[in-house]
Design a protein around this ligand. Structure first.
Ligand code: GYE
Length: 331
């Protein structure tokens, strides 16, 4: 895929997790804040997860402290809403547009409209799958393939204890993120690549829970009805993992023990569940890059050269590490 080639060849800059932190305050969706010289239209994915809430707060707080006039919209996980929001930002002649594309494909037309209007675009968090990388100035966000690989590596390294029924096969139920979204596609890819190293590990069920707690719970309930030998849940985010925990407990099983759980993001509720032994491993995905986004936006508007790809730095947590990290957890 093109975006991966870009990742490998263009100047990649790593943003330290804490350096990218914003404080938490919020102005409410659809609002305009700040009042500085630069105006930014931001088309957010939605409010589907703890990651997203923290990301929105970080962006709003960072705009305020950078003196950037932020126009913010929430697309409720619908691409058509994001496209509408971007078109309205073009009409309003904002100085810069930033957005986190809900899915990877289908952006060329609206991005060409922005280009024709000479409004620079910055991608945040999620990538687009487009052949034309001149349609955006920079992409600031995590490497989701690497995140999937970290999850897969953990399972391969912990294969023995993850065969919870001891029958020689590790049956994995996968809760995928939003269908067509970069993090869902890439996390699956990275995970599958790593578990291929161990024949005993099998994905026996895989379905989208749309990155929501409710989605994770419902899909897990149906997985549990049709499979009585699931050893491991691989959830593409914490909210779905927390929903799966509810379903597993309702089915009379012990999450973290009878069924191991691997999750992604590292939001506080899930870190607590990890510390409590209900989740086994979390791969961090850091949403606190608001300050970094505002810095890139200012440079873009000033006509300065910016890096095409800016990575967010992140780690992983096991149960002991979660206990140590919880008191200072920012999201
Ligand atoms: O992992 C999930 C959210 O795009 C990285 O979106 C983001 C993902 C995150 O809904 O919780």
């Amino acid at each position: 895929m093109l975006k991966k080639i870009i990742t490998a060849t263009a100047g990649v800059v790593l943003v330290g997790g804490l350096a990218a932190c914003g404080s938490s305050s919020s102005d409410g969706a659809g609002s305009s804040s700040g009042g500085g010289d630069i105006s930014m239209g931001f088309a957010q994915v939605g409010a589907e997860s703890g990651y997203r809430t923290a990301n929105t707060e970080s962006i709003k707080a960072a705009a305020k402290s950078a003196g950037i006039d932020l126009k913010f919209s929430d697309a409720q996980q619908k691409q058509e809403n994001q496209i509408k929001a971007i078109r309205s930002y073009i009409q309003q002649k904002v100085d810069v547009i930033a957005f986190s594309p809900v899915v990877e494909t289908g952006w060329d037309t609206v991005l060409q409209e922005a280009k024709r209007a000479k409004i620079p675009v910055i991608l945040t968090d999620r990538a687009v799958d487009s052949k034309d990388d001149s349609l955006y100035e920079s992409f600031l966000g995590s490497d989701f393939v690497v995140e999937g690989e970290k999850a897969g590596d953990w399972l391969v390294q912990n294969a023995d204890t993850s065969d919870t029924d001891g029958d020689g096969t590790i049956r994995v139920a996968e809760l995928q993120g939003t269908t067509g979204a970069a993090p869902a596609i890439d996390r699956k890819e990275g995970f599958e690549e790593k578990i291929a190293a161990d024949d005993k590990i099998d994905i026996i069920a895989s379905q989208s829970g749309d990155f929501t707690r409710d989605g994770g719970k419902k899909v897990m309930e149906s997985f549990l009805k049709s499979n009585d030998n699931i050893d491991v849940v691989f959830a593409h985010n914490d909210d779905m993992a927390l929903g799966a925990i509810e379903a597993i407990e309702a089915a009379g099983k012990k999450p973290g023990t009878d069924i191991k759980i691997i999750s992604m993001d590292g939001v506080r509720d899930a870190m607590q569940a990890l510390a409590d032994g209900k989740i086994n491993f979390i791969v961090e995905c850091n949403p606190l890059f608001g300050d970094q986004l505002m810095e890139i936006a200012k440079n873009v508007v000033d006509g300065k050269k910016v890096d095409k790809r800016v990575l967010v730095e992140e780690g992983t947590f096991d149960q002991e590490q979660a206990k140590a990290a919880l008191p200072d957890r920012k999201y």
